[in-house]
Ligand binder design. Structure first.
Ligand SMILES: Cc1ncc(COP(=O)(O)O)c(C=O)c1O
Length: 413
């Protein structure tokens, strides 16, 4: 993309005319303009490559998910006829209290509480930890990014255990990610000995671990985590799916007692609020102080905080939905195991990773899609290639999946 110089200088003028003070609380619109642009007679067109930071230029283009309504158009099916099992979303939706709270929203015109005090108070009660250890984010995604930016200088090392959630490596693109691969399927367990060696060898500042892990649903034992907590680095434990394994396995209560443990959680899965973007992190006090200084003041919208508080007001609903998904996971696993061309792996989460033994995983994914069933397909990394990941849905979604798999089998004869 190239911008004409005239265009930029015009935009700059109008920006200063608006008068940033009347608009925003922070710094006025101060563009730092390279001297070449300041000369209005210059007509040379600009190339973003002259301005963008080098590591951003090297980033792979963002591959976005297809929005639900666009998908519906593409497949020529109403959204009600699409079984969307590709993003570990919770098809039950949030409790009814969330809808009434949003309908009765009082102050959408007022900025949100930068400290999300109501929500943090409720979480402090639920997790039985001091409110001071909790920070809310625009999804757990924001907090992963915030922690990495707070800790890592360019070229500092993060230890990652792939295959796992792709955002860790993505957020770490300016730094160095040292990968310590997980054990092969079906275990997908972490390799504690190699992780320890890698931490010492690279003087790593952060170790990212995920339990249950995305995309396979395997978990890390308490003993393994204890051993890793002995390391001289921060251990970020991502518990985005912990409810489906059992909150009794969570280490959230350990954070205030430790110096180097961070636990991340989300409302996207358990409370079905993925679209509203609310996650939270539990941090040691010596660290959270600096995250407060860094975070955008209004990172959590009024709507997001309201919805999360309302969701927590109905724990019975959340528990019932979690139980329904866990029981459906077992049904889905049994159903998939009966197809000779599929090898599903045991999962403690709300999705099942499945190797497509004969035939091609991509072909299967496309076939299912044409039948209105959307699953996640992996072409890489090598340990996942030939796999699909299927989110657990409603019982009727399992029925649709089974029927599409039967059609695929018939078709491939
Ligand atoms: C392991 C893991 N952590 C974090 C997230 C992001 O959660 P959020 O929706 O709160 O940003 C996901 C989303 O899929 C995930 O799989």
């Amino acid at each position: 993309m190239s911008l004409s110089l005239r265009h930029i200088s015009h935009r700059r003028t109008s920006c200063s005319k608006i008068g940033a003070k009347s608009f925003r609380r922070r710094e006025p619109c101060k563009l730092s303009v390279p001297s070449a642009i300041k000369d209005p007679k210059t007509t040379r067109s600009l190339d973003a490559k002259e301005f963008i930071r080098k590591h951003i230029l090297e980033l792979a283009p963002y591959k976005s998910i297809v929005p639900f309504d666009v998908l519906s158009e593409k497949l020529n099916r109403p959204t009600s006829d699409i079984v969307k099992l590709d993003a570990n979303e919770n098809p039950y939706g949030p409790p009814p209290e969330v809808f009434s709270a949003l309908k009765n929203i009082e102050f959408p015109h007022i900025y949100p509480d930068p400290e999300s005090r109501k929500l943090r108070g409720l979480l402090a009660q639920e997790c039985r930890i001091p409110i001071e250890n909790i920070m809310i984010g625009c999804g757990a995604d924001e907090l992963i990014d915030l922690v990495l930016r707070a800790i890592l200088e360019p070229k500092d090392v993060l230890i990652n255990t792939p295959p796992t959630f792709g955002m860790y490596e993505f957020d770490c693109s300016i730094n160095i990610t040292v990968n310590v691969p997980r054990k092969p399927a079906p275990s997908f367990g972490i390799d504690v000995k190699s992780i320890k060696e890698a931490v010492f060898k690279n003087n790593a500042k952060i170790l990212m671990i995920t339990s249950p892990n995305n995309p396979d649903g395997s978990v890390i034992s308490r003993e393994e985590i204890e051993e890793l907590l002995e390391l001289p680095c921060l251990v970020v434990l991502d518990e985005a799916y912990i409810e489906f394994y059992g909150v009794e396995h969570s280490l959230v209560g350990e954070v205030p007692k430790r110096q180097n443990l961070i636990v991340l959680r989300t409302f996207s899965k358990r409370a079905a609020l993925a679209g509203l973007r609310v996650g939270y992190g539990v941090f040691p006090l010596h660290l959270i102080e600096f995250l407060w200084r860094m975070k955008q003041p209004y990172n959590v919208s009024v709507v997001a905080e309201l919805a999360a508080c309302a969701a927590l007001s109905n724990p019975d609903y959340l528990e019932d939905v979690k139980n329904a998904l866990v029981s459906e996971r077992e049904n889905m696993f049994e159903m998939m195991s009966k197809f000779s061309f599929l090898e599903p792996y045991e999962s403690q989460s709300n999705f099942i990773l499945c190797r497509v033994i004969s035939g091609r995983a991509e072909e299967l994914k496309n076939f299912l899609e044409s039948d209105g069933v959307i699953v996640r397909y992996y072409s890489s990394p090598p340990e996942l290639s030939g796999c699909i990941r299927v989110s657990v849905g409603l019982p009727e979604h399992t029925v649709r999946l089974k029927s599409a798999l039967l059609k695929y089998m018939e078709n491939s004869k």
